[in-house]
Design a protein around this ligand. Structure first.
Ligand SMILES: Nc1ncnc2c1ncn2[C@@H]1O[C@H](COP(=O)(O)O)[C@@H](O)[C@H]1OP(=O)(O)O
Ligand SMILES: [Mg+2]
Ligand SMILES: [Mg+2]
Ligand SMILES: [Mg+2]
Length: 324
């Protein structure tokens, strides 16, 4: 199956959501609040989830969506002004839309898994978004446990090679059909995406989280030292790191388990994994096992994530094991 309609629908959804995120990022002050787990969320996270779920549900009414956000976080009286701002972001494209309808769109993202489902991170890297740095809109379709379509909208990542620096870029992949890069604006011109050809682990360029609480930075520098790597890792937020490895600007992305024992969420990886794999790279957990997207909202069968150009993957896993 070619998944043409799925890809076209997902491209439209990620583009529309990214446009809203861009608009909010320009005037970010006062646009965020804290969730029960103390992580930040902004009006753009909710609006992005609403838009993507609306578009997906229109096109594929039977497909469940597992999204990060829930409208429950918007329903207290004190949060009503915040909800009204989310509604305001959706009004230009949906004149007269009511708060109840918007909450319904957001909660279309509360689906369960199954044989065929979508997973969505409406803003991945909210902390980066708030700092005015990298973030991504991440969307993937999973069929029989395999990612078959994946997209990463990266509004603050320049589309290389003479494309306008501030258009942002959009990665997509369909299983067996390669990975592609577009500008995030309306243009449908595409470029193939390929990982680097770096075969010597000592020459590898790493990228990693900005937030040390999300991945063990100390351990990644030990791993780099073991491999004889002298360059310092590039730190950037969000699944934009998958995009950067997919297009060969870095050779590896290490997400090493932290002491807190955090379980990775499927929406924090699904959009990036197939882009890297279809670009010729490899993704596994720290034990070398493939990521399993068949256990609900979390990657509960995996620990950490190692992303590479494929050529240096075994060397990375060996060094990871030696620092365990
Ligand atoms: N304690 C945590 N450990 C690992 N990842 C986390 C943690 N808390 C939130 N995240 C998620 O990690 C991702 C960002 O990590 P980074 O940018 O450092 O790679 C985001 O998906 C973020 O969710 P969110 O989508 O809410 O931003
Ligand atoms: Mg979050
Ligand atoms: Mg995320
Ligand atoms: Mg998020």
């Amino acid at each position: 199956m070619g998944f043409e309609k799925e890809l076209a629908t997902a491209l439209e959804a990620v583009r529309e959501a990214s446009e809203i995120c861009r608009k909010v990022q320009k005037e970010i002050a006062g646009s965020s609040l804290e969730k029960d787990d103390r992580s930040p969320v902004t009006i753009a996270d909710f609006a992005s989830q609403a838009v993507v779920c609306r578009i997906l549900t229109d096109a594929f009414p039977n497909d469940p969506i597992i999204g990060e956000e829930t409208a429950a976080d918007l329903l207290s009286d004190e949060r009503r002004p915040f909800l009204d701002r989310v509604v305001g972001l959706l009004t230009p494209a949906n004149p007269g839309v009511h708060a109840e309808t918007v909450c319904g769109w957001i909660d279309a993202g509360r689906g369960d898994g199954g044989d065929r489902f979508w997973t969505l991170d409406p803003i991945d890297g909210t902390k980066g978004f708030l700092r005015g740095e990298q973030y991504a809109v991440s969307l993937a379709l999973i069929v029989d446990g395999q990612i078959v379509v994946s997209l990463l909208g990266c509004p603050n990542l320049s589309a290389e090679d003479g494309w306008d620096r501030d258009t942002g870029c959009l990665f997509s992949a369909v299983r067996g059909k390669g990975a592609t890069l577009r500008r995030l604006d309306g243009s449908n011109e595409t470029k193939p995406v390929r990982v680097s050809g770096t075969g010597k682990a000592s020459a590898a360029r790493f990228c990693e989280s900005v937030e040390s609480g999300h991945s063990a930075h100390g351990r990644s520098s030990q791993i780099a030292a073991l491999l004889g790597i002298e360059s310092t890792p590039v730190r950037l937020d969000s699944q934009a790191k998958y995009g950067v490895v997919a297009r060969g600007e870095a050779d590896a992305y290490l997400r090493l388990p932290t002491k807190a024992g955090y379980r990775e969420k499927i929406w924090d990886h699904a959009g990036g994994v197939l882009v890297v794999e279809e670009a010729g790279g490899k993704v596994s957990d720290v034990d070398g096992k493939p990521l399993e997207f068949t256990h609900g909202r979390e990657l509960s069968a995996n620990r950490g994530v190692i992303v590479s150009n494929g050529l240096i993957h075994d060397a990375l896993l060996e060094a990871v094991a030696r620092t365990a």
